[in-house]
Design a protein around this ligand. Structure first.
Ligand code: S3P
Length: 178
């Protein structure tokens, strides 16, 4: 297994904000899958969805997954739908420790609506967005670690993740020492 930290979760979970803080505190690089796609395409995510549709975007995510296999020791913030297809949870697990930033639907939805244009929410009712989250939970829940972000700031989420990862490292070291 790779040694990256991979953040997954629904839109509004705080993957980018938490990723930035984690990278800074741990002295690692932050890689964002959406940024890899927009850099390659030379256009924004809403533009890609509008011009090419969702299937094209998901194919671009597949390409990105291939490139991520080269990453070592990074913090990887994924787009909200990236883990939610056949075979992808396994591909992410191969990259490192997968962390699910979970949360109550209401909290996630409110944050997602505040932060920029999101094609997967455009033209979807609140109930449809809730159903989308439900349909994705079985993918997100395959993460090695889950942090409920509903009542936490990104700083607090990052601190929890760091605490949890250090605890696990200590346990693994103790187990190795016998
Ligand atoms: C998507 C989430 C977005 C982005 C794209 C599709 C989704 O990322 O990848 O708009 O399917 O949930 P964020 O989770 O960062 O908003």
């Amino acid at each position: 297994m790779g040694n990256n930290i991979v953040l997954v979760g629904f839109m509004g979970a705080g993957k980018s904000s938490v990723g930035r803080i984690l990278a800074r505190r741990l002295g690692r690089c932050l890689v964002e899958t959406d940024d890899m796609i927009t850099a390659k395409e030379g256009r924004s995510i809403p533009e890609i969805f509008a011009a090419e549709g969702e299937a094209y975007f998901r194919a671009a995510e597949d390409e990105v997954l291939g490139l991520l296999a080269l990453k070592r020791g990074d913090v990887i913030a994924t787009g909200g739908g990236l883990p939610c297809r056949e075979g992808r949870p396994e591909a992410l697990r191969a990259l490192g420790t997968v962390v699910w930033l979970s949360g109550d639907f209401d909290a996630l939805y409110a944050r997602a609506l505040r932060g920029g244009e999101r094609p997967m929410l455009a033209g979807r009712s609140r109930d449809d967005a809730r159903a989308l989250l439900r349909s994705r939970e079985s993918f997100y829940s395959q993460a090695a670690l889950t942090v409920d972000t509903s009542d936490l700031t990104p700083d607090q989420v990052a601190a929890r993740i760091i605490g949890e990862l250090r605890g696990r490292e200590r346990q693994a070291a103790a187990a190795r020492a016998g």
